[in-house]
Write a protein of this length. Structure first.
Length: 208
């Protein structure tokens, strides 16, 4: 078998194994709770050695970052690289947020657990950034910042606006809305409308 083909097969096997471990972990998190699940139990459920789990997920909170990695990959696969998105800044953000919303509502239990555990660990004093320093999370958060910088280059966004501050504001509105829906439930159409309405307020402002 040619070296390139062998490398491709090896990479596919690695991805399949990583996905198996990921799925086993979240099955257990949903059954038992995040804190109550041990790495040994994840290894048993995935039928791999404990060391293999650590090879793919160095610590248990890495599973939470993996959700962001999965969502980012699927968003780019579906919508293409951010640099190639068409439309206004607001349209680009709305398209991305509604796509992510639809991913979340496909599996509310997993999404709720990933969101709540990530927030809890990010704000724990002993955490030392173990969620926020994950590369998948940085890539996930980079999407809105990239869109806003494009908006500045095109003249849609004021040049004196700090993209980091604007992205934090917009993301807060989105995630708060999604988390509330994951807690309380409701219609997906209503969730879409609420996210779109909040983007309107942000981009149009509240001043008379």
């Amino acid at each position: 078998m040619p070296p390139a083909a062998e490398l491709g097969r090896r990479e596919r096997k690695k991805r399949a194994l990583r996905r198996r471990i990921y799925q086993a972990a979240f099955e257990l998190f949903l059954e038992k709770g995040f804190e109550e699940t041990t790495v040994e139990e994840i290894a048993d459920r995935a039928d791999v050695a404990k060391g293999t789990v650590f090879n793919y997920f160095p610590r248990k909170t890495s599973f939470l970052a993996a959700v962001a990695d999965d969502w980012t990959s699927r968003l780019v696969e579906e919508l293409g690289p951010v640099e190639g998105w068409s439309g206004t800044t607001r349209e680009k953000l709305e398209r991305a947020f509604l796509f992510l919303t639809d991913l979340a509502v496909q599996n509310p239990g997993l999404s709720r657990l990933a969101f709540f555990e990530s927030l809890r660990h990010m704000h724990s004093p002993w955490n030392e950034g173990r969620i926020t320093d994950e590369e998948p999370v940085r890539q996930f958060l980079a999407i809105s910042r990239s869109v806003l910088r494009q908006g500045q280059l095109s003249g849609e966004i004021r040049p004196d606006v700090e993209p980091e501050h604007a992205a934090t504001l917009i993301e807060s509105a989105f995630f708060r809305t999604l988390v509330h829906w994951l807690q309380e439930g409701g219609s997906v159409d209503g969730l879409h409308d609420e996210i779109s309405g909040k983007l309107d307020i942000i981009f149009e402002g509240v001043a008379a």
